[in-house]
Design a protein around this ligand. Structure first.
Ligand SMILES: Nc1ncnc2c1ncn2[C@@H]1O[C@H](COP(=O)(O)OP(=O)(O)OP(=O)(O)O)[C@@H](O)[C@H]1O
Ligand SMILES: [Mg+2]
Length: 267
């Protein structure tokens, strides 16, 4: 996909300045607890209608970055700016409805004892109490290409692809500006992957949602993302327009990463 001309002119919906994240290290009775740094001075901008891919080897800090943005980690520093205003990720009321995160494991993301429809209705009622629930449910299920019959099922009764669509519908029920997708298609087969990716593309193009997307699949990144951030050992080593990164990588690690892409198998 070509980068949309003028994307750079749109004001960022999210900006991170020098964001670092720490995890608790070993603790003992006599020693003060140490913290291990996972991410270092991350700077990035995400714009409405943009798909930004975060790539890098396992352990490079991709999930940590997404989790930090939505306040799922305790220790961090730096500046978080949403639509021009600073926010504190640990204060949920600051951004709960604006930034949603979806994970690879759709089964454990959903309450096993709750029907899909009930889970989504709860979200609509909580975040948008004046909305016509039936109408909104129809809209959401149509948007994610799920039959409304699915609403009456439990998570374990759905396929992985259907469950991931349900997770997307639940996230959209909040009406967020940003969707963080952490490896959300990794566990799905290629044809289901493509359908979910097309769905995300539509959300970006029609609703100007901004998507931060982590994946190990560089073919997906090449065909799907507008911009790419390459991470190694918790640091950004290179970032830029997807086409530039893929045709003319500057960083040695990016070059190695791109050389490791397996040939695309045409089925
Ligand atoms: N909850 C945690 N507690 C302590 N350390 C953690 C925690 N989560 C991640 N880490 C550490 O932080 C670093 C970054 O991990 P992270 O999960 O962000 O990497 P990743 O790029 O998402 O990897 P993968 O591609 O395997 O998903 C790793 O060294 C990891 O061991
Ligand atoms: Mg991860």
């Amino acid at each position: 996909m070509e980068t949309k001309a003028g994307l750079k002119l749109i004001k960022p919906v999210l900006e991170l300045k020098n964001v670092s994240t720490y995890y608790p290290g070993k603790q003992s009775y006599f020693k003060k607890q140490k913290f291990n740094q996972a991410n270092y001075n991350i700077n990035l901008k995400l714009r409405p209608g943009e798909i930004l891919a975060i790539v890098g080897e396992s352990g490079s800090g991709k999930s940590t970055l997404g989790n930090t943005i939505v306040g799922l980690v305790d220790d961090f520093e730096g500046e978080f700016i949403f639509q021009g205003s600073n926010y504190n990720p640990r204060i949920m009321s600051d951004l709960r409805s604006e930034i949603q995160i979806i994970f690879q494991d759709s089964l454990s993301s959903l309450n096993p004892r709750m029907k899909i429809g009930t889970a989504i209705i709860d979200v609509i009622k909580h975040h948008h109490p004046n909305t016509d629930v039936t109408e909104r449910m129809d809209e959401l299920f149509f948007k994610v290409n799920l039959s409304i019959i699915t609403a009456g099922k439990y998570p374990h009764e759905l396929s992985g692809g259907q469950r991931q669509r349900a997770c997307i519908a639940r996230a959209l029920a909040v009406e967020p500006k940003i969707l963080i997708c952490d490896e959300i298609v990794s566990a799905l087969d290629v044809s289901v992957q493509a359908k979910i990716l097309n769905l995300l593309l539509r959300l970006v193009e029609e609703d100007h949602l901004a998507i931060l997307f982590t994946t190990h699949d560089l073919h997906v990144v090449e065909s799907f993302a507008h911009h790419v951030v390459v991470m190694k050992d918790g640091k950004i080593v290179e970032k830029g327009v997807t086409k530039d990164i893929f045709t003319n990588p500057q960083n040695a690690y990016t070059k190695t990463l791109l050389q490791s892409i397996p040939e695309k198998v045409n089925s």
